[in-house]
Write a protein that binds this ligand. Structure first.
Ligand code: RIB
Ligand code: CA
Length: 335
């Protein structure tokens, strides 16, 4: 068996926080329960939740998963340029007032080190050139700050595999143009796309094809203590989405497993079909903010530039589903 791939997960985890996406937490659980991967640390970024809530969620999650000493680093508390307030308000408007965060601010668990997420990413990649893969499943702010701190990070990091944008079409997310991670910080995504780092992108066109149903949540609940808790959180999140988006049938009985697909694509790249593309994002307009275009040279005009990323253009949905439930519940799917 080849050596486990060393990864750092850059994340905006909300699992367990009422009214927040559960997918980062399930992605972290999948990574920690997959022998093909060695998770070296979690670096937390503002996104689904504010960064301090994200750090607290990450610390409690690693304890639940039996990795209490896993490094958890605090990263950016806001996007490079954009103001989070309107987006937080939109979430509150669109999905209704979030229930009070159960963890009072002074009860939160802090990071395991005073090192910032960007400094940690730079230091680890420089200490082990080509040895660390960053799985970026939140807004790309920490990665952009790491590039600002040390442009050599782009060459030192083995690969950045990110959940962002879309490659083949759009499934509506927080805005008409799509993915939340690109929308929150399009300037950060643009910096990563221009960095020269080895990039893979799994867009919302693919991640919205893999879903966790109420039956899947019940299967999780039949697992261990983490599974029982995660199953309850999943059902609560599906109920939340059904209330918040009553016109979207896909949220009546399921939620998307955006971030777990990215982790799965790292441990088994054959789960997706990949194509080289020139990927760019819009940072100039409000209407198309965070729009991602992955040009694979299929159009009449030549691509605006050479390929800068490998993008997922298809997904083995059943294969992912089996892997996900197998690893999360510890029982081969179909048992
Ligand atoms: O658009 C989906 C992405 O935004 C996922 O990473 C989800 O966790 C949110 O961060
Ligand atoms: Ca995320």
């Amino acid at each position: 068996m080849t050596a486990a791939r060393r990864i750092v997960i850059d994340t905006d985890p909300g699992l367990g926080e009422p009214g927040s996406d559960i997918d980062d937490g399930l992605a972290i659980a999948l990574a920690l329960r997959s022998p093909e991967l060695t998770v070296e640390a979690l670096t937390v970024v503002n996104g689904n939740v504010d960064v301090d809530t994200g750090v607290d969620v990450a610390r409690r999650l690693t304890r639940r998963l039996g990795h209490p000493d896993l490094p958890v680093l605090r990263g950016a508390d806001r996007p490079l340029l954009r103001d989070m307030a309107p987006l937080r308000a939109l979430f509150d408007d669109v999905v209704g007032d979030r229930p009070a965060v159960p963890t009072a601010a002074d009860d939160r668990l802090g990071p395991t080190s005073d090192l910032t997420a960007a400094a940690y990413l730079v230091e680890r990649a420089a200490a082990c050139p080509g040895g660390i893969t960053v799985v970026a499943i939140g807004p790309l702010t920490n990665l952009a700050l790491a590039l600002r701190l040390d442009p050599g990070f782009a060459q030192n990091v083995a690969e950045i595999v990110m959940m962002a944008g879309s490659a083949t079409g759009y499934a509506q997310n927080i805005t008409v143009v799509g993915d939340f991670n690109a929308y929150v910080d399009p300037e950060a995504l643009a910096m990563v796309l221009a960095s020269g780092a080895r990039l893979r992108m799994v867009g919302i066109d693919q991640t919205s094809r893999v879903r966790l149903t109420r039956d899947d949540a019940a299967a999780l609940s039949r697992g261990d203590s983490f599974g029982r808790w995660a199953g309850e959180c999943a059902l609560a999140w599906i109920d939340f989405l059904a209330r918040a988006f009553p016109l979207r049938e896909e949220h009546r009985d399921a939620c998307f497993l955006h971030d777990p697909l990215v982790v799965a694509a790292v441990l088994d790249p054959s789960l997706c079909t990949w194509a080289d593309a020139h990927v760019a994002t819009d940072t100039t307009s409000e209407l198309a903010r965070g729009l991602v275009v992955a040009d694979r040279g299929l159009a009449l005009a030549p691509p605006p530039g050479p390929p800068n990323a490998s993008v997922a253009v298809d997904t083995d949905v059943p294969g992912f589903g089996h892997l996900f439930l197998d690893r999360l519940t510890g029982t081969p799917a179909g048992d």
